[in-house]
Design a protein around this ligand. Structure first.
Ligand SMILES: [Zn+2]
Ligand SMILES: [Zn+2]
Length: 116
């Protein structure tokens, strides 16, 4: 069963981390789904771990500010009405709601031990 390989459009790779994976669709509407419309244009693939046709994974998307391709991992990007890569979020942090600022600050303190 090599469905994923057969239908892959290319390989998605994140510009911030090493994550890369074949993707089978790009856009707001995953194929073989009826009611699902995503909030953003994104790279995705059918969920290889699910037998259901309508299950899919979102791999990543483009940052709306710098157009970098970033994965949806919380270390690389966040979604707040649009997709932002974390470097852009940090640059514009004061424009984000307090909840997101707090989340990032918490993240920073977690990473401190390795990067400081
Ligand atoms: Zn990433
Ligand atoms: Zn960006």
């Amino acid at each position: 069963m090599d469905l994923n390989e057969a239908s892959a459009l290319g390989v998605f790779s994140c510009e911030l981390c090493e994550m890369s994976s074949p993707y089978s669709f790009y856009g707001q509407k995953p194929p073989n789904t009826r009611a699902i419309v995503l909030l953003e244009e994104c790279y995705g693939m059918k969920d290889p771990f699910s037998p259901e046709r309508e299950k899919f994974l979102v791999l990543g998307s483009k940052c709306c500010l710098c157009s970098k391709t970033v994965c949806v991992g919380t270390d690389c990007s966040l979604f707040y009405t649009k997709r932002f890569c974390l470097p852009c979020v940090r640059d514009h942090l004061h424009q984000f709601p307090e909840q997101i600022q707090n989340e990032l600050l918490r993240k920073k303190s977690v990473q401190k031990t390795s990067s400081a």
